[in-house]
Design a protein around this ligand. Structure first.
Ligand code: KIV
Length: 267
């Protein structure tokens, strides 16, 4: 199988071939999802919640992102790997954004970077893409702005905010983004944006079925997440149950001295 690039993703949009994306944070998950045939792997700053135990993405550092993105790159042969730029690693200026994107590419060796925001980050998107680094945008519910948004809520529900989302998406495309994540946006708004964009592919999460592709957090998709689960998540497995059942069986066998048996011991 050939390595997927941003050109493959752009072509899939033109051909209306749905684009598949999933998050991963380590080499083991990267190998599994890559072998399954996924198009894109996102090393999201959801790393903060999923792996690092924070209650938001805000504390995640650029060094954290580079460390985990490099692990994922080492486990990936086929998929396009996107590294997320964390909070305050690009908001200061286009130059700061370029430097952070450059570190991701040089140190983690991913294929593209993603960061949140619309028209106000387009100078950064332009500078980074002009420097030869493919960029994915992120609109709608942008978790790094959770305090400004007043919580995790659906975005673009009225005409004015939906119009702003469309203008933001068009501006990101014009600045050079090859894909845009649309998070928690009404289906009609996401579909309108998808149809309005001619070269940038939309990747939805909680944005309905009219996008060019879909992304889910790997632990949500696999049913490993305990506690709150967003309504747009469809778990395709119940790994939490599989893991706890297996570990309980191991605890039982060790406690009862039935493990290790002769088959698993040296004579
Ligand atoms: O950080 C992340 O995992 C993301 C996805 C939820 C799109 O941005």
């Amino acid at each position: 199988m050939q390595k997927i690039t941003h050109l493959t993703i752009r072509k899939q949009k033109q051909e209306k071939k749905p684009i598949t994306m999933i998050t991963a944070y380590d080499v083991l998950m990267a190998k599994n999802v890559d072998e399954a045939g996924i198009d894109m792997i996102l090393v999201g700053d959801s790393l903060g919640n999923v792996v690092m135990g924070y209650d938001s993405t805000l504390p995640v550092t650029l060094d954290d992102m580079i460390h985990h993105t490099a692990c994922v790159v080492r486990g990936t042969k086929h998929a396009l790997v996107v590294g997320d730029l964390p909070f305050m690693s690009y908001q200061e200026s286009p130059l700061q954004a370029l430097r952070s994107a450059g570190r991701m590419m040089k140190e983690a060796r991913c294929d593209a970077v993603k960061f949140e925001g619309g028209q106000h980050v387009c100078d950064a998107v332009y500078k980074i893409t002009q420097s030869g680094i493919p960029v994915v945008g992120h609109l709608g519910l942008t978790p790094q702005s959770v305090h400004q948004l007043g919580g995790f809520r659906v975005q673009g529900k009225d005409e004015k905010t939906a119009r702003t989302l469309l203008d933001d998406a068009l501006a990101l495309e014009a600045a050079g983004a090859f894909a845009i994540v649309l998070e928690c946006v009404p289906t009609t708004v996401a579909t309108t944006i998808t149809n309005a964009l001619t070269t940038a592919a939309t990747i939805g999460i909680g944005a309905g079925n009219g996008c060019d592709g879909q992304v889910l957090v790997c632990t949500d998709l696999l049913g490993m997440t305990t506690g709150f689960r967003p309504s747009f998540v469809k778990p395709y497995a119940d790994l939490h149950h599989v893991i706890t059942t297996a570990v309980q069986a191991y605890i039982h066998d060790v406690t009862e001295r039935t493990f290790p048996d002769d088959e698993h011991s040296f004579t």
